[in-house]
Design a protein around this ligand. Structure first.
Ligand code: HEM
Length: 266
């Protein structure tokens, strides 16, 4: 588990912000959206058996570059797997072009903050199209991988749920002349306080913090301040506890962002 955060430096300047995919992130639409795909993120996908999928999305625009790296921890089982048994990563561009990441290297990389040895297996860099890229990893056996996206070391934003509408909202006349699809009614109030209260255990631990809902299940045993403070947040509004200990601290804030489910519905 520690490896999930290994690329998150505790000094934010060189952080690949960590995002741990959830078992429910089985399609790109269900997975998290990196709002700006040029910002550096380390997405961790982990599988227990063949056939499992985990996915996410990243938004880019023309003029940006798509930068993707496929890494594994230099440790068994992953390090002993042949290319055919490692999870396959398929990237689909906004216009539907598919790319399968090919394993072309095995370059060692020591990540000092998590004191973890990684191996780069593949890197991809190309001019981006405008729109949302999808990334789907499919397991061929039990394994965990890290997909690094973007190279700008600034604070990034991760969203869950449908992609936000483009910022230039159409005027009434435009809307009338080019009817847009029905507003999605599927966006039911997913992350209410009632829902948070249902997820109040170590096996499913949600907390509302500063107006957002987070799934902290995977963080319980990785928290440097021991599991107890995180267990205390499960099923509650953890705003005051979190702020009392970590307000304004870059590392806890960016780790928290990796567990975002969505805004707390009032
Ligand atoms: C999801 C929420 C939280 C996240 C993401 C988080 C993250 C972190 C991180 C990254 C550290 C190590 C580095 C640092 O101190 O800057 C840390 C340490 C610590 N955290 Fe948290 N934390 C969370 C919630 C809490 C809460 C609610 C408490 C207590 C009320 C707490 C108590 C501590 C303590 C005491 C340490 C210091 C451990 C040590 O230095 O040995 N944390 N936390």
């Amino acid at each position: 588990m520690a490896a999930a955060f290994a690329l998150s430096s505790l000094s934010p300047a060189s952080a690949h912000q960590p995002v741990a995919l959830l078992p429910t992130d089985t399609t790109a639409e269900q997975g998290p959206l990196l709002v700006d795909g040029t910002v550096s993120f380390a997405i961790r996908a982990s599988f227990t058996k063949s056939g499992q999928k985990q996915a996410f999305r990243a938004a880019l625009k023309e003029g940006d570059r798509l930068e993707v790296q496929y890494l594994i921890v230099d440790k068994k089982p992953e390090s002993a797997l042949s290319a055919k048994r490692l999870p396959q990563l398929v990237i689909t561009s906004p216009t539907g072009k598919k790319l399968i990441m090919k394993f072309t290297e095995r370059t060692k990389f020591y990540e000092p903050y998590g004191r973890t040895n990684y191996l780069y297996l593949s890197r991809y860099s190309a001019p981006a199209e405008t729109g949302i890229y999808s990334f789907v990893a499919t397991a061929r056996t039990k394994a965990a991988i890290t997909i690094a996206v973007g190279d700008r070391e600034v604070e990034g934003q991760v969203l869950r749920g449908p992609a936000p509408k483009p910022s230039s909202s159409p005027t009434a006349t435009q809307a009338a002349s080019s009817p847009s699809p029905e507003p999605t009614k599927t966006q039911e109030a997913l992350y209410t306080m009632a829902k948070v209260k249902e997820n109040n255990s170590a096996s499913s631990c949600w907390s509302a913090i500063n107006g957002n809902v987070y799934n902290l299940t995977q963080w319980i045993n990785s928290h440097p301040g021991r599991p107890a403070p995180i267990l205390g947040l499960c099923g509650t509004d953890g705003t005051s506890s979190f702020n009392a200990r970590h307000r304004g601290q870059a590392s806890p804030t960016s780790i928290l962002a990796g567990y975002l489910l969505g805004p707390l519905e009032k």
